[in-house]
Design a binder for this molecule. Structure first.
Ligand code: DC
Length: 210
């Protein structure tokens, strides 16, 4: 069984995808991490993330980079969003994501285009959203816990800019698949969001079997 979990930054899709993987005992791939590695490698190479040639060259990042804590930073998230607009970058990362999705065991993948491009045949597709305010507040608490200080306004502006870029790029924009279940986590805590996601996947599976 393939479970696709898409949605914007800080919507809770990563937490939900991890919990679904644990619940259904499936391997999990955070595809945003691949784009983050490309953005980070491009930066380390001194390249311009808006230049498709420099961004494509960064796709051959070493696997060890995937464990670099710097990948989780807001700055690297911004670089990831910029390199991800280039069709050549998306193409270069496609096979890696596709073979993870189609492994025998099944899989959970989270990202922006899993239900639309990477695994349109997924048995269950969730599109996780939350208001910009709710997402900015969560990010703010996360950063505070890490001792990093950013104002709520700064974080909200950064999220809105990334949403705009991710939604409006020509290739594989952030959009819910027609058959995705929408899950708005604005008013839900972690446990409630995970419970709703598990129920949604179970409903998709029993619909497919009936
Ligand atoms: O989910 P994230 O914040 O780690 O993703 C970082 C950026 O990577 C995001 O702004 C857009 C890009 N991305 C993408 O284009 N397609 C994906 N499947 C996953 C991430």
């Amino acid at each position: 069984m393939i479970i696709a979990v898409d949605g914007p930054t800080a919507s809770g899709k990563g937490t939900i995808a991890k919990a679904l993987a644990e619940h259904f005992r499936l391997p999990h791939l955070d595809t945003g991490l691949l784009y983050r590695a490309v953005g980070r490698q491009c930066f380390l190479d001194g390249g311009n993330p808006d230049d498709p040639v420099a961004a494509l060259a960064a796709c051959s990042f070493p696997d060890a980079l995937l464990t670099d804590l710097e990948l989780r930073s807001e700055a690297t998230g911004g670089l990831a969003s910029r390199v991800s607009v280039h069709p050549a970058v998306r193409q270069a990362l496609f096979e890696r994501q596709r073979s993870f999705a189609t492994q025998m065991s099944g899989a959970v993948l989270d990202g922006r285009d899993i239900g639309t491009v990477i695994a349109p045949e997924a048995a269950a597709k969730l599109f996780v959203t939350a208001s910009v305010e709710a997402r900015a507040w969560r990010r703010h608490l996360e950063m505070e816990a890490q001792g990093r200080d950013h104002s709520l306004e700064e974080i909200a502006a950064d999220l809105a800019a990334r949403d705009e870029r991710d939604r409006n790029r020509k290739d594989a924009p952030l959009v819910a698949a027609e058959d995705a279940v929408l899950l708005d986590t604005s008013e839900l805590d972690r446990d409630a969001a995970v419970a709703a996601a598990i129920a949604a996947v179970e409903a998709c599976v029993s619909r497919a079997l009936s």
